[in-house]
Each structure stands twice: as structure tokens, then as C-alpha cells.
Design a binder for this molecule. Structure first.
Ligand code: SF4
Length: 490
């Protein structure tokens, strides 16, 4: 990387700790085994309908699939079986998560970045992007703008830069949590940032970090090298590959993985996400990633690479790959962002999505100003509906919106979360909490029409909660919400 100031170059050279990579290798090899993936895809090239149905049945028992089984699903050629896979995705999601969808908002804190990823509007050499790092007061303004619309959960996003290190991230988290106005407050902030070392991750763990997300972008080594130029920090594929292993070792037991679809063959990336999950589960007592994300490449200002990608994923294949991920890892949350247009989100949510964003603005500092500025964005969003419009749409489809953050604040993460999910306690814990946060939202932020439809849905959901005792308890809490109490949970 020519033209880098000496200070930045020295910082880049100081970040990677080889010993925090080597400790996770198995006989010097990575968990993503290119040969194994291609072999599995080849060996399961023509799965019979009966085998596919057996695999679907295994998923419905909420068992994580093996690579050979995921490969078989990816090779399904029967339209009839695809329909069975889609409906199994929904049933699995209902079993594990119920009829609720968790909402969050992305909050971009800084777009300074030392890297030069070919697909990204924030890449260092993109002079068409206006660089910005939010001050404390600007962060407060962003939080106020978001909480005034009803948001309670954030994913805070940072570029990879010496000015966005662990101390800065920890400080900005404190600013976010400290910004309160009446009942308007952020109760949970997740982080999407560059790979960090274990000491830095320990520091973040101490200030109440939620899920720590690092997306691999592509797991295919050749493609990874091609889109992340040599000499950049991100060119070190292994430093990124083990970012979440380090997080787990540092005590951050809620981690999110993801791949950017469109960079390479989607079947390879799905297989790799599964191998990543398996490796985390094997090393950390059965606890894999809390969430998986699957963004597709989107246009970005002055970024020719994304105009004609080699591995564009069609809408039809996108729905299939999401469904295969749903069946492969039944307990893991799946995130579908507003990158996708309304039409695609409507089509894909029913195959097993658990988290959405809405009313998002990914320009740095743009929630408060209301700008939609391409030169301040990493890429372009396609679903530009407001939070209330999306929530209203879900109400019409019989889905409860959840802003619940109780699980995180009560330490129900990692092992505890997996136990809750596997024992079916989501229906006695998470669903009531979703109902309570939805009631808050309806009374505090929704228009009359949405409020009316939303409360009707709450009444329905309440009647379906298991056991009279639970129903009475939630009814009593709902009454307290109606009387103005906030942040009640089981
Ligand atoms: S993808 Fe991330 S690391 Fe790469 S240039 Fe963009 S902000 Fe930087």
C-alpha cells in the first residue's frame, strides 16, 4: 500500500498476533477445507428425493446438519422438494423462535478505513467518499433520532483504522448507553468491527458489548486474495478467519458470522459458514454463532467492481441458500437486512429469518440530519420503508415485532441461550418478552392504525402462550405497560 503515512503503516504492522492465529489451527490447517467442500458437493451431486426428505426430517428435529447433508440440499434439483425445504424452514423457525422477529438499526460510527476491499465504498482509495467519524455529541444526536422512532437495539459499525480501535469502540458504547430521554434509550448495542486481539476483546466484553460480528466476506482463499489487495491489513485471511474464536476465548460468547454473497460460488460460501459453525461448536462446548448474515453485493459510489460481479446470486438462488442455512443450523439467528428490496424480504422472511433492520440510514451521521447521501454510504440500501411500515407489514402477516434485550442483560447468552432454545423455553420466556416490548412500541411510537392491529395480534398471541399461570402473569405485565411502566421482562 503506497502512500500510507508511516504512523498508519506501523499500526497496520502491529495489529496481527500470529500466536492468536496458530492456536486455532488443526495440524496447521484451517477449518475451511477447500478440497473437502468441493468433494462433498461432488459426492452429493444427485441426491434422491428420499435422502433429501430424510435430511429435512433431521432438521425438523432441530439437529444441526453435517457437511454432506448441507451439500445434498444445495444440490436439490426438484422444485417440489424445494417447496418442502422452504416450509420446513418456517416450521423450524417457529419451533425455535416462535412468531417473532427481532428488530435492530445499523449505526455507522466511522468510515475511515485502511483497507482497500474491491467491493466496498469505504475502501481507502475511494476519493468519492466523504470521510467522517462521529463525535460524542453526533453519536448522541444519532441515538436520539433512532430512539425517537422506537429503536432499542443497535449494530454499531466501524471501519478498520487506528482511530477506531478497542478504546474508541468502548467509549462510543458508553456514549450510546448513556444517551437517554424519558423511556427512549438503547438497551443493547452489538458491534460490527474489524478483527481484534484477545486483550482488546476482553476490554469490550467488560463494557457490555452485545453480539460481536465479523463477516469473512468470502471463505474462498483465491477470491479472498483477489478482492483484498496484498499489503493491506485485511489481506491476512487467517487473522479474520479466527476473529470470533478469539472473541469466544475473550469471554464474548455471542458472536455473529457472515459472508458477502456475490464474491464467489454461493454453495461454497454456505458450506464454509457451516464449517465455521461446526468449528466454533467443537471448540466452545457446543456454542456456535448466535447469528449468521448473508448480505448480497450492492452498488456503492465509485465502485466499479460491484457493477458486474462474477458470482451474482439471483433472487431465486438467494431464497434457496437462506433456506439451506436455516435447515443446516436450526438454532442460529438469521439476519436479513434492508440491503434487500421489499419484494425479496417479503419472500425470504418466511423461510426462517429471525432479525431485520428497518428505517435504516447507513450514511455516517445521517439519522439526525435525515440525509440519504451516497458519498457517505458503504453501499446502497434497497428497502427504504420506515420502521413502522415494516412492522405494520409483519403484523398483517401475523408476526410479532420484538425489541427484547432481556436475554442479554440477564446473561442469557452463549450456553444459556442454547439451552433456552433447545428446551423450547423461548415460548415461555422470549415470546412473553417480545409481546411486552411490542406493546411498549405500539403505545409509544405507532400510529393509531398500527397500534390497533398490533394490539389485536398481541391478544391472539397471548391466548396461545402455554399455561394459564403464564398467561395471567403476562396479562398483568401488559396492564402495567399500558399504565406507563417500561422495560418489564420475565
Ligand atoms: S469492507 Fe470494511 S475493511 Fe473493507 S474497505 Fe470497507 S470498511 Fe474497510
Amino acid at each position: 500500500m503506497n502512500g500510507l503515512p508511516g504512523k498508519e503503516r506501523r499500526w497496520i504492522d502491529s495489529v496481527v498476533r500470529e500466536e492468536e492465529i496458530d492456536r486455532y489451527l488443526r495440524n496447521g490447517r484451517d477449518f475451511v477445507d477447500e478440497e473437502l467442500i468441493w468433494n462433498e458437493l461432488e459426492a452429493n451431486r444427485e441426491p434422491s428425493d428420499s435422502r433429501l426428505r430424510e435430511i429435512i426430517a433431521k432438521s425438523l428435529e432441530l439437529s444441526r446438519l453435517e457437511p454432506s447433508e448441507t451439500a445434498a440440499l444445495l444440490n436439490c434439483r426438484s422444485e417440489e422438494i424445494w417447496q418442502e425445504i422452504f416450509s420446513a424452514g418456517l416450521r423450524i423457525k417457529q419451533k425455535v423462535y416462535g412468531r417473532r422477529i427481532v428488530f435492530f438499526a445499523p449505526l455507522y460510527i466511522s468510515n475511515y478505513c485502511v483497507n482497500n476491499c474491491a467491493y466496498c465504498g469505504f475502501r481507502r482509495e475511494n476519493t468519492a467518499v466523504t470521510r467522517k467519524k462521529l463525535s460524542d455529541e453526533e453519536i448522541r444526536a444519532e441515538v436520539r433520532a433512532l430512539t425517537a422512532r422506537g429503536h432499542k437495539r443497535l449494530i454499531m459499525v466501524y471501519g478498520e483504522h487506528p482511530s477506531s480501535g478497542a478504546d474508541f469502540i468502548a467509549h462510543t458504547l458508553e456514549v450510546v448507553y448513556g444517551t437517554k430521554h424519558g423511556g427512549d434509550e438503547i438497551r443493547r448495542a452489538n458491534i460490527n468491527a474489524a478483527p481484534l486481539c484477545i486483550d482488546d476483546l476482553r476490554r469490550l466484553s467488560g463494557v457490555g458489548i452485545g453480539t460481536f460480528q465479523v463477516f469473512q466476506e468470502t471463505y474462498h482463499p483465491g477470491t479472498y486474495r483477489r478482492v483484498h489487495p496484498a499489503g493491506t491489513l485485511k489481506a491476512n485471511m487467517r487473522w479474520r478467519l479466527y476473529a470470533l474464536h478469539r472473541a469466544m476465548d475473550a469471554g464474548v460468547d455471542d458472536v455473529g458470522i457472515g459472508a458477502l454473497f456475490g464474491l464467489f460460488d454461493y454453495r461454497f460460501e454456505v458450506m464454509s459458514l457451516l464449517l465455521h459453525t461446526i468449528d466454533l461448536e467443537e471448540r466452545f462446548g457446543g456454542v456456535g454463532p448466535h447469528t449468521i448474515s448473508f448480505p448480497r453485493l450492492e452498488p456503492a459510489v465509485n465502485t466499479p467492481f460491484v457493477e458486474n460481479p462474477d458470482h451474482l446470486v439471483s433472487d431465486g438462488d438467494f431464497k434457496k441458500l437462506v433456506a439451506v442455512i436455516r435447515l443446516s443450523v436450526p438454532y442460529t439467528g438469521l439476519i436479513l437486512t434492508a440491503r434487500e428490496p421489499e419484494r425479496v424480504r417479503r419472500d425470504v422472511i418466511p423461510v426462517g429469518i429471525t432479525q431485520l433492520d428497518a428505517g435504516s440510514n447507513i450514511g455516517v451521521g445521517c439519522y439526525a440530519t435525515g440525509e440519504k447521501k451516497g458519498e457517505k454510504e458503504q453501499f446502497q440500501l434497497s428497502d427504504n420503508r420506515s420502521l413502522e411500515e415494516v412492522i405494520g407489514d409483519l403484523v398483517d402477516q401475523g408476526m410479532i415485532t420484538s425489541f427484547c434485550t432481556a436475554g442479554y442483560r440477564c446473561g442469557r447468552t452463549g450456553h444459556y441461550f442454547m439451552d433456552v432454545a433447545k428446551s423450547g423455553k423461548v415460548h415461555t420466556l422470549c415470546m412473553p418478552n417480545a409481546i411486552l416490548t411490542f406493546a411498549e412500541y405500539l403505545d409509544d411510537y405507532a400510529s393509531e392504525g398500527t397500534r390497533h392491529r398490533g394490539w389485536k395480534l398481541i391478544e391472539e398471541e397471548l391466548s396461545m402462550l402455554p399455561g394459564e399461570e403464564l398467561r395471567n402473569r403476562v396479562t398483568e405485565l401488559l396492564e402495567r405497560v399500558r399504565n406507563g411502566e417500561r422495560d418489564l421482562y420475565l
